[in-house]
Design a protein around this ligand. Structure first.
Ligand code: MG
Length: 377
């Protein structure tokens, strides 16, 4: 779809600077780059429609409004995406504030100094990591395109070593959850959302359709009593569940440590972990962490999280929010370093505005295009 038509379709758009270059910038390693300053940043909101009403322990939604950014210099355009999340006090508007705040930074920065620039993005303000993530993805996409190299190669990784991805089944009536499980036939691993009084019904519904598939469970902080939680986990173990993600609220560290001591399956932190500095204390209560680039504030911080979690012997998952192929493909670039992938956000929407990584035999496979490797659909 032409960009102009797209803006008309969504009805909500804001372009802050005069970037006219199309997406999917020119990759040329021999190109002479102008030194230092002059990066232009623009943004727009796009509505992503969900295939099914999406319900987790916390809330329900039918669509998401994500913020997309473009970073342009020397005819190369880096693309980034923010999926603002109310759990972390983020909205499209607060995300745009971060992007506006970053404009002078980019106007004066050298993109090849992307490590320092990445830290400068992190220090723009407290929180608002989705906005920072969009900026970091766009920056790394630009750098990869400028060097004519896919990001995984820049990082020295072999994408063939990426684990299978899970596909998430949101909370619904057992009948609808069974139907969603049927639709998830191409996926080799399921992640089932729980966190309600009748969690067992959800698992029974999914198991009735997928008796042998590996299933992971995510309670999204939905269990509040540790005695109840261990009973639920023991029941889940009998039903072949591989691990449990964020069983209790993130602030209930002592209770989670108590649970971990008794749980036969790993307990993975999600809402409890955002960035590197959270990880050391979590090693006391969790077996692993779910890294999301929207929580970490981008790819570079996610990579630092991987190194630290690995050094502490923790399991590593890379998960996602409801995101288009931009953020999913960006995160997939680092998947060969992790134990579990949960990159299905783009598969839950019906109008992905971009194409990038594809699902092949249950694995999210990146392409060999430079940068993150996405273009407009
Ligand atoms: Mg989760």
């Amino acid at each position: 779809m032409e960009r102009r038509d797209f803006l008309k379709t969504i009805g909500v758009a804001a372009v802050a600077t005069g970037v006219t270059t199309g997406l999917g910038g020119v990759a040329c390693s021999k190109q002479k780059f102008t030194k230092g300053s002059g990066m232009k940043l623009s943004y727009e909101i796009k509505q992503l429609n969900l295939r099914h009403t999406w319900t987790i322990a916390r809330n329900s939604s039918n669509f998401k409004q994500n913020v997309f950014v473009k970073l342009e210099k020397d005819g190369i355009v880096g693309i980034g995406e923010a999926a603002p999340n109310v759990r972390y006090d983020e909205t499209p508007e607060s995300t745009i504030e971060v992007v506006k705040k970053a404009m002078p930074l980019f106007a004066n920065a050298d993109p090849f100094e992307f490590v320092q620039l990445g830290y400068d993005i992190q220090n723009l303000c407290e929180g608002q990591t989705a906005g920072k993530c969009a900026l970091d993805i766009a920056l790394m996409d630009w750098v990869g395109k400028a060097l004519n190299t896919p990001l995984y190669k820049l990082w020295g990784l072999d994408p063939k070593k990426s684990p299978l991805t899970s596909f998430s089944i949101g909370i619904d009536t057992p009948e609808v959850m069974a139907q969603k499980t049927r639709e998830a036939e191409p996926y080799k691993i399921l992640k089932v959302k729980v966190g309600k009084p009748n969690d067992e019904d959800f698992i029974k519904a999914v198991r009735s359709v997928a008796p042998d598939k590996p299933i992971r469970v995510d309670a999204n902080e939905g269990w509040h009593d540790k005695e109840d939680a261990i009973k639920k986990i023991e029941w889940l173990v009998k039903n072949g569940i591989e691990f449990i993600e964020q069983p209790m609220p993130s602030h209930m560290m002592e209770e989670t440590a108590w649970l971990r001591d008794r749980s036969p399956i790993p307990i993975i932190a999600d809402e409890a972990v955002k960035s590197t500095k959270d990880i050391p204390k979590l090693a006391e209560a969790y077996d692993g962490i779910n890294i999301k680039i929207m929580k970490s504030g981008g790819l570079q911080e996610a990579m630092r999280m991987i190194w630290l979690a690995k050094s502490l012997g923790m399991k590593i998952m890379i998960g996602c929010m409801i995101e288009s192929s931009v953020a999913i493909t960006a995160a997939a670039q680092m998947c060969s370093l992790i134990d579990y992938a949960d990159l299905d956000g783009n598969l839950l929407i019906s109008n992905d505005p971009f194409v990038g990584a594809t699902l092949v035999d249950g694995r999210v496979v990146v392409n060999d295009k430079p940068g993150i490797g996405v273009k407009e659909a």
